[in-house]
Design a protein around this ligand. Structure first.
Ligand SMILES: Cc1cc2nc3c(=O)[nH]c(=O)nc-3n(C[C@H](O)[C@H](O)[C@H](O)COP(=O)(O)OP(=O)(O)OC[C@H]3O[C@@H](n4cnc5c(N)ncnc54)[C@H](O)[C@@H]3O)c2cc1C
Length: 450
């Protein structure tokens, strides 16, 4: 394919879904990945994906060898490891842990079946541009060393955390300096446990500075006696390595004693609101490259797949109209950011709250149930916590010993609502973006909970 309509860089979950949708809608689509074909899908991850993403997009559920195990519920532990919150019937979390390789191979195969031309072992060095307009990509065949420039109408950066295209573009519309505090550095192991799990469908999440500074630890079941367990820490400089925190956690948490390591690796994931614009001239971003990740739990498989479906449709319309400028692609911004992106943005506030609460306050909050399972579910939807007056009074009584904590929770709830509203009113054209961004940054600057 000498001059495809669309080049998608990266065949992870976001890139494969985007490419498939583009091809289904009749676009000549080239999908490039530097990995060998048989390794596409392999990824250091917690492997958990919720059913809701499939229900909302029409992407077929994982099945057979794509599934490690079914997940139905989560136990969220405070630093003291007692008074955990048992979250059940959380439709935004219930789903599966997947076999990442098999699941990724399925998404790639579906793209190829839809007509996508896939090339593996191709490293994309960066975009080609004329002024601010992206016109193609520079590639290098990893096996032969052959270098090429491929021209196209639209480049989609789906290269994950590396953001290979985005990081080489320098225009005011495209953000490429992501704050270190908005990145979670992670380490995870696949472990064979000494004893079978008592509740093999329940995920466990552990909060607290002592466990995972500015982050959390997780144990997600992969089977009756196998788990994906790891730690993510944020906050930039001055923190220990995630592996060191994980080793400490493993030595303290009895379930993991004497387990056997099947695999252990590190990774990174953005935990911020999505990019202020998911498009530029001749270019669009999807998945981790677009910061489409849930800021409280780092889940990005679903967030990126949802975006891929929308982007494919917008690309089709823009190319038909012969306008692949940022203006021509703008409906990708409005469709994603006013909807799922809105949820991710308000969750950044909740992440900042969780990071600011001390271990002592967190233990107290769990003991007195200042936040309940329903609040976590509402927060995860990005709705904030809608407390009735009576409800508020009950909590004030329960939390009387720590009024400061209550005030922090209330402030976060109010900022989440503001963020929600702001994203609902995402500008319908490029002209309104600067004013809108200023309001977003004002809310973020206010999201300090001391
Ligand atoms: C430790 C950890 C735990 C996580 N746990 C979960 C979880 O439980 N649930 C969840 O939903 N999410 C989780 N995430 C996040 C999730 O893994 C990502 O959000 C998701 O995989 C992003 O998909 P993507 O397609 O954007 O990027 P990726 O899956 O990273 O795919 C990017 C692709 O681009 C290719 N590529 C990169 N650079 C180039 C280049 N220069 N040239 C050619 N190809 C290139 C790569 O080879 C890769 O195939 C976790 C992340 C980490 C690090």
């Amino acid at each position: 394919m000498n001059r495809p309509d669309v080049i998608v860089v990266g065949a992870g979950s976001a890139g494969s879904v985007t490419a498939r949708r583009c091809a289904e809608l009749g676009l000549r689509t080239l999908l490039l990945d530097r990995k060998p074909q048989e390794e596409v899908g392999q990824k250091v991850c917690g492997d958990e994906v919720s059913k809701s993403h499939f229900e909302d997009t029409g992407i077929e559920y994982p099945k057979d060898d794509e599934i490690s195990t079914r997940i139905a519920g989560a136990d969220v532990y405070p630093p003291s490891l007692i008074n955990e919150l048992k979250v059940r019937g959380w439709t935004d979390f219930d789903g599966w842990t997947v076999n990442r390789l098999n699941f990724g191979q399925r998404l790639l195969n579906e793209a190829v079946r839809a007509g996508v031309i896939f090339r593996s072992g191709i490293h994309v060095g960066g975009p080609t541009t004329i002024g601010d307009q992206v016109t193609g990509v520079q590639t290098k065949d990893i096996a032969t060393g052959e270098e090429k420039t491929i021209k196209t109408k639209l480049v989609v950066d789906a290269s994950g955390f590396a953001a290979t295209i985005r990081n080489k573009l320098d225009t005011p519309l495209i953000e490429n300096n992501i704050d270190k505090g908005d990145i979670a550095l992670c380490y995870r192991e696949i472990l064979k446990l000494k004893v079978p799990l008592a509740e093999p469908e329940v995920a466990r999440v552990f909060l607290g500075e002592g466990t995972a500074p500015q982050g959390y630890a997780w144990i997600f079941p992969k089977g009756l006696q196998e788990v994906n367990a790891g730690i993510g820490v944020t906050g930039g400089e001055g923190k220990g390595s995630p592996k060191a925190y994980f080793t400490d956690f493993k030595n303290r948490y009895p379930l993991l004693f004497e387990s056997t390591v099947i695999d252990g690796k590190g990774g990174a994931v953005p935990v911020r609101r999505p990019l202020k614009s998911l498009v530029g001239d001749g270019v669009a971003f999807v998945g981790d490259a677009a910061l489409q990740v849930n800021p409280i739990h780092g889940g990005g498989i679903g967030a990126g797949m949802r975006a891929g479906i929308i982007l494919g449709e917008v690309a089709r319309e823009a190319i038909a109209r012969r306008d692949v400028s940022a203006k021509g692609l703008w409906t990708y911004n409005t469709r994603y950011l006013t909807n799922f992106g809105r949820r991710l943005a308000s969750l950044e506030i909740f992440r900042r709250l969780l990071q600011a609460v001390s271990d002592e306050e967190m233990d107290y909050g769990f003991e007195r149930r200042i936040l309940e399972a329903g609040d976590l579910m509402a927060a995860n939807k990005g709705d904030g916590f809608s407390l009735s007056a009576a409800d508020k009074m009950k909590r004030v009584r329960r939390g009387a010993g720590k009024i400061g904590l209550l005030l922090k929770v209330q402030k976060a709830a109010s900022l989440m609502k503001k963020m929600n509203k702001l994203y609902t009113a995402y500008p319908s054209t490029l002209d309104g973006l600067d004013a809108w961004e200023k309001n977003v940054l004002d809310i973020i600057a206010n999201a300090v909970f001391e």
